[in-house]
Write a protein that binds this ligand. Structure first.
Ligand code: 5GP
Length: 125
């Protein structure tokens, strides 16, 4: 399986510093920033700095260091937002849209972290 990465996508441009973002956290391999159109009181996007189009691409081809860093950073963002259930928070939802059926808008892998209110059912029926 080969994945085709468009280096002109909006998150690639954010990573190159061509477009501003409201950074929440940054590590060697990962950037977390506020979503420009939040769907909840907390809505943060966590992205790898490497050129991966979606969850399955990242999982298949990223290095172990990138994968560990990504997940540790996502968990640290949840803790920073105060939503981690293991740390007394009220919870959150982590979503990774991947491909056309998910309506993925930006073709650079990203994890949405949503919280700050009850998020209701997973999907509308
Ligand atoms: P997707 O539908 O691909 O899972 O989600 C893409 C997300 O990126 C959307 O929630 C959208 O609001 C967010 N987004 C799109 N363009 C920008 C931007 O320029 N800056 C930021 N911070 N978020 C963006």
């Amino acid at each position: 399986m080969t994945y085709s990465y468009d280096d002109q996508n909006i998150f690639a441009r954010i990573l190159r510093g061509e477009i501003p973002n409201k950074t929440v956290m940054e590590t060697e391999h990962t950037l977390a920033f506020h979503d420009i159109r939040p769907h909840a009181p907390h809505h943060v996007l966590v992205i790898p700095k490497g050129p991966y189009v979606n969850y399955d691409h990242f999982s298949a081809e990223a290095s172990a260091d990138e994968i560990v860093d990504f997940h540790r950073t996502a968990a640290a963002v949840c803790a920073l937002l105060g939503v981690s259930p293991g740390k007394g928070g009220a919870g959150y939802r982590a979503i990774a849209n991947s491909g056309p059926d998910s309506n993925q808008e930006v073709p650079h892998y990203h994890l949405h972290i949503l919280g700050g209110r009850n998020l209701g059912a997973l999907l509308p029926h």
